[in-house]
Each structure stands twice: as structure tokens, then as C-alpha cells.
Write a protein that binds this ligand. Sequence first.
Ligand SMILES: CC/C=C\CC/C=C/CC(=O)SCCNC(=O)CCNC(=O)[C@H](O)C(C)(C)COP(=O)(O)OP(=O)(O)OC[C@H]1O[C@@H](n2cnc3c(N)ncnc32)[C@H](O)[C@@H]1OP(=O)(O)O
Length: 338
Amino acid sequence: MAAVLRKLIQGRLPALAGVLCRRSGNEGHLFLNSSGSTLMQPRCGYSSPTESVIVEMDKATGVALLKLNIPPVNSLSLPLLTELAIVLDKLEMDKHCRGLILTSAVPNIFSAGLNLFDMMDKPNEHYSEFWRAVQEIWIKLYGSSLANIAAINGSSPAGGCLLALCSDYRIMANNPHFTIGLNETRLGIVAPFWFKDTLLNTVGKRTTEISLNLGALYSPTEALSLHLVDRLVPETQLLSAATEEMGRWLQVPDHARQITKSMIRKSTLEGLLNQREADIKNFVEFISRDSIQKSLQFYAQSLQKQKQHIHPPSSSCRQQISSVTFARSPWYSLIQRS
Ligand SMILES: CC/C=C\CC/C=C/CC(=O)SCCNC(=O)CCNC(=O)[C@H](O)C(C)(C)COP(=O)(O)OP(=O)(O)OC[C@H]1O[C@@H](n2cnc3c(N)ncnc32)[C@H](O)[C@@H]1OP(=O)(O)O
């Protein structure tokens, strides 16, 4: 099987070289680097030095529960992305690990998406390093050989939604106060093509068109109806539901599931793998523009102002927002006030 997977990556999926390939046996794990050469990796534990990524490994089932743990909102900062990348590599290398459940240790928030302050008022070198780290996480999660289930236990805008979209299956806590979606346009920024492709592969073209253009954030019920998530459960049952669902995925032999997953996601992954440097250059050029910086600053400030001055919208006001939910959008609040 190792030979089949290696051939698949080196030959038929050349651009996926660098995405992990696993093999059984006593000799450890096989990692194919971007030049196609093999590196032996020792087996290791999953400590994250700052505890910003907590991993609880169930040795009996081979399922790792990974909790993001950066209060207040699990924003994806450069240090968090770096730690997450290390943990994901370790899990991928562990031959006992077959499945990953991604969730949050922060109450009511899955992830607030990319850390706004990593995209503001920084030198271009920082933007470049940050964006490479964002790309890396997407490549590792979307290209993971593990069965991957997102247990979405809170709001999940923008990059937070992307994390969830990388999973094979999404279960969300059915709490009407939570929202999920790619809301980038609401910040005056643009979801990159690989964010768009990940959404497109999940919900189809028409929903992608509406969601991305409007920067829509959806309630769990709306997200379910659009197939942005696969199932809703009461908050208290989220982890047991994710564990039960994982059992279904692990009934399938790993090699068959992994090759099938590669086949389905290959072209999307190649879209970025073939032009990573150009994508970084594009991001740096875009994010460093004065107009974009002003937009982000305004957005970050309004998040803070919202907390200081604005009460949550009344239920009648929320109903008016209706199917495209802009709840929690500082822009919406500012429009309402003016
Ligand atoms: C060519 C391509 C170009 C560009 C592509 C770039 C792509 C970007 C994708 C992204 O992910 S952009 C980030 C988008 N994220 C958001 O819009 C989320 C904004 N946050 C919220 O809506 C809310 O904070 C929340 C629903 C997540 C949580 O609400 P709540 O529990 O009420 O917390 P607060 O709003 O009071 O926030 C607490 C604290 O956290 C700060 N914060 C919130 N989000 C972020 C963030 N993304 N990055 C950094 N910091 C964030 C917020 O300002 C508060 O800070 P305090 O100092 O006031 O405590």
C-alpha cells in the first residue's frame, strides 16, 4: 500500500508531493517531501508548548481530539498557525492515529478566523510569513489522510469557517447565536481562490456565489439547509455525536478512504500548490494597500466599539436580517446606528 500511495503522490499526483503519505509497518512513517525523497520520522507525543492546541489521543480508537485554545476567540495568529502545523504533522505521522476531531476549548467560539492584527500595520515580510502559514494549514488539513470531523461548538466566521470546511464531515451545535460563513467581503477584503474553491466543493456554485459576494454569516439551521454543515445536534451532544460519526468513517479501510479523498481533492489542492509564491505575492500586495489597511482598522475598531456601546440586536431586528445573517457584523451595527 505504501508503494501505491507513494506512486500516487510521486507520479499521478505530483503536485501533492509534500502532502503526507502514511504506511503501516514497524519502521515508522513515511513522509514524502516536495522533492519526492523519503524522510523517516520518529513517533512522538503531541505537546503544544503553549497549550494553545490541546490534543487528547484515544489510543484505543486512534482518534485524536484537537481543541483550539486561544481565548478570547481562537483567532488564527502566526504562532497559533505554527503550533497547529506542528501538531497536525505529528498526528499525520502517528501510525496509530486514524481520525481527527477538530473543536474548540473556548466557549461559544470555534474560531474567529485569521487574526486581524497579523494583517494590520506590519512589514511585508510579516504578511508574507503569515500568509505562508495560512496556506500551510489549509494544505495540511484539506490534504490530510486522516478522517477529519469538525465539531463546531461556536461561531466560525471567515478563516474559522475555512478550518471547518477542510473536514470530511461537519457537525455544528444547534445554538441560534452561533454563525458560520466566509464573511470576508464584509471586512472589505476578498476570500482567496482556494477559500472559494473549498466552499464551492462543499455547497456548489450558486450558494458560493451568494455567500461570498454578500459575505454571509449563517445560523446553524441555515448552514444545514445549504449543506455548509452536515448535521446539527444539541451542544451537550456535540462530542459524542462527532465520536459516533467518526466510527462510521473508520469502518472504511484507511487506504480506500485515503485514495478516494485524494482523488476528490487533488485538483483543488494542486490549484494552490502550483502557485503558492504567486498567491503570497498577491496577498502581500493586496493587504498592504492603504485602502485595505483602513478597512481592516475600521473593522477591528468597530468590533471593540460594538462591545463597548452596542447591545445585541433585538429578536425582531434579528428577524429582519433574515436568511442572510449579518448578525455580529460591525458594519451592520454601524449602518443601523447611522
Ligand atoms: C487576496 C486575499 C486577501 C485577503 C484575504 C484575507 C482573508 C481573511 C480571512 C479571515 O479570517 S479575516 C478575519 C475575519 N473574522 C471576523 O470577521 C470575526 C470578527 N469577530 C467577531 O465577529 C466576534 O469577535 C466573534 C463572533 C468571533 C466573537 O464575539 P464575542 O464573543 O462577542 O467576542 P468579541 O467580539 O467581544 O471579541 C473579543 C476580543 O477578540 C477580538 N477579536 C475578535 N475577532 C478577532 C480576530 N479575527 N482577530 C483578532 N482579534 C479578534 C475582539 O476585537 C475583542 O478584542 P478586545 O481587545 O476588545 O477584547
